[in-house]
Design a protein around this ligand. Structure first.
Ligand SMILES: C[S@@+](CC[C@H](N)C(=O)[O-])C[C@H]1O[C@@H](n2cnc3c(N)ncnc32)[C@H](O)[C@@H]1O
Length: 268
């Protein structure tokens, strides 16, 4: 598949995206917390609507500097609206494959983005280049093949999820990228490489189960139309998966666990 197909499939549909908006650095990028201190500089690659980026800016304070980049025009416009009270925070519409700057950062972070790139090794090399000597590259990403649901979700959602992974794989995206990051970091010559599990578990009875587990209905709503257009699932099957999965959440669904790893390495 071409780079063009990968770019088209990776592009975040221009619709409201509650998945990105409800994330915070504390609940969705907590591996960064140990690095964040007043006055440092951070680049957030693929920042989306900037929900996590704002939390980073709060922690580095007005003496720090935080830049979020993302190719999504609407996402960057939305991110800018929420950044007005933070002089240390800026957003720029840019793609990591092309982004150029003289600036170097104490931390370059990239969460849930490499899963959408067909040349993750090129993106990582560019990110490493943007880290100051002695600074850190911190990547957080999924292995979608290791999702766990209890009790299993409806067949219609299993079919949608399978189509989603197939559609992604066909574009050259690595569904298991989390488990390949350590080797990629080593190939790049990063030092002190660490791997930390960052499982996202939601269980029935705990606050937030209905919202967190609904991520797959939301993927059906937000990304699903792309799968239909590309012929990976029918519109009828997409709608059935959403309806039946929403039912599963309020009936037999007990838990959902997303598998993510945070992989970090220091640049000499
Ligand atoms: C799943 S979202 C993650 C957003 C945020 N980092 C988070 O963890 O919530 C993936 C983001 O990667 C962005 N993206 C896709 N291709 C990119 C590229 N080539 N360079 C930088 N960002 C990219 C998308 O626009 C999208 O906002």
């Amino acid at each position: 598949m071409s780079n063009e197909t990968a770019t088209t499939r990776a592009a975040m549909p221009q619709v409201a995206n509650p998945i990105l908006d409800r994330r915070t650095v504390e609940n969705s990028n907590r591996n960064l917390l140990k690095h964040l201190r007043a006055g440092i500089s951070v680049l957030d690659v693929g920042c989306g609507s900037g929900a996590i980026t704002r939390g980073i800016a709060e922690r580095v304070g007005p003496q720090g500097r935080v830049l979020g980049i993302d190719p999504g025009e609407k996402l960057i416009a939305e991110a800018r609206q929420h950044a007005v009270d933070f002089p240390q925070l800026a957003f720029q519409q840019a793609d990591i494959y092309q982004f150029e700057t003289e600036e170097r950062f104490d931390i370059v972070t990239c969460a849930r983005v490499l899963q959408w790139l067909n040349r993750p090794e090129d993106a990582l090399a560019r990110m490493k280049n943007l880290v100051k000597p002695g600074g850190w590259l911190a990547v957080l990403d999924y292995n979608h093949e290791k999702i766990e649901w209890k009790l299993g979700p409806p067949v219609s959602m299993q079919r949608f999820y399978g189509a989603f992974l197939h559609w992604r794989q066909e574009a050259g995206f690595d569904n298991a990228i989390a488990d390949h990051l350590k080797a990629l970091f080593k190939q790049l010559g990063l030092e002190s490489v660490t791997v930390e599990p960052q499982l996202e578990v939601s269980r029935k009875g705990e606050p937030g189960f209905a919202v967190a587990s609904r991520i797959w209905s939301e993927v059906g709503e937000i990304r699903g139309p792309q799968l239909v257009k590309d012929g990976f699932i029918t519109e009828e099957d997409r709608l059935q998966a959403i309806t039946e999965y929403d039912q599963w959440i309020v009936t037999t669904g007990e838990s959902m666990q997303l598998y993510l790893l945070a992989v970090e390495g220091r640049k000499e």
